[in-house]
Design a protein around this ligand. Structure first.
Ligand code: ATP
Ligand code: MG
Length: 231
């Protein structure tokens, strides 16, 4: 057996890693479900997350399963363009609740791109920022069926479809009457939960329980900081 010095071992390891990266870029990669994909597959779940609730988490988890995603990035909005006339909770509270809610899922991560970008949040900017971070990945923007009806009103709608696939998940109580852009948006029927952030805020404000509508850590965060007490 050869006596490798630490330096030599490090050099071997780094050569091995480089070779792995080269193989992946030539031949693709194997997902957790055992399928080969040419590139990483990444979901983007944008939302106000005021607060994040189990409906968001189930939707992201289901899309990750069906589309064989490696990761879902939750992106809390900065100043949401369609809620400019409404009071929205401080972005750091919304960001922290999103981190707490997603921490236990190894596939879920949280990005600050929208809250760190000054001004109103437009989804096209979110997509461009994530694309810059993952030039090679296949991107999937996840949205609720209610939000997708608005898509064509979104800034630079057509360039968004060049950057990412769009997956619209069904949501109880919302039916899209607006025709979707032909072939641009997948509709996915999921076992969606009849939960909205609006209901959660209202319940918290009235002192009603929000257990099991949002993850345990978020229940505690809302109580500890009293974030919906005064609205
Ligand atoms: P609000 O009531 O304040 O509008 P919300 O519950 O709609 O909050 P958002 O942060 O606006 O939550 O939603 C982010 C995204 O998640 C949107 O695309 C929305 O359609 C989707 N979504 C929200 N709730 C659900 C749910 N229960 N099931 C599936 N998708 C959902
Ligand atoms: Mg909403």
């Amino acid at each position: 057996m050869s006596q490798a010095t630490p330096d030599r071992r490090m050099a071997e390891l780094s050569a091995y890693r480089e070779r792995q990266v080269e193989l992946v870029s030539q031949h693709g990669r194997r997902s957790a479900r055992g399928n080969w994909h040419a590139h990483a597959r990444i979901g983007i779940m944008g939302g106000t997350f005021d607060p994040i609730h189990n409906g968001h988490l189930v939707a992201a988890s289901e899309v990750a399963w069906v589309y064989d995603l490696d990761e879902v990035i939750f992106v809390p909005t900065g100043r949401p363009v369609f809620k400019l006339d409404k009071r929205v909770t401080n972005e750091e509270d919304r960001y922290l609740m999103t981190v707490i809610a997603t921490a236990s899922n190894p596939k879920f991560t949280v990005s600050r791109v929208d809250i760190d970008r000054p001004g109103v949040t437009y989804t096209i900017d979110t997509l461009r920022d994530i694309r810059a971070q993952y030039p090679e990945a296949e991107l999937f923007f996840i949205t609720g069926a209610d939000a997708v009806a608005e898509i064509m009103k979104w800034k630079d709608a057509n360039s968004m479809f060049d950057i990412a696939h769009f997956v619209a998940v069904t949501r109880p109580g919302y039916s899209s009457k607006v025709p979707l852009p032909e072939g641009k948006v997948d509709m996915l029927e999921i076992p969606a939960l009849a939960i909205s952030s609006t209901d959660v805020r209202e319940r918290a404000r009235n002192g009603e329980p929000v257990w099991y509508l949002v993850p345990d850590g978020v229940v505690q965060y809302i109580g500890k900081h009293g974030i919906y007490d005064e609205q």
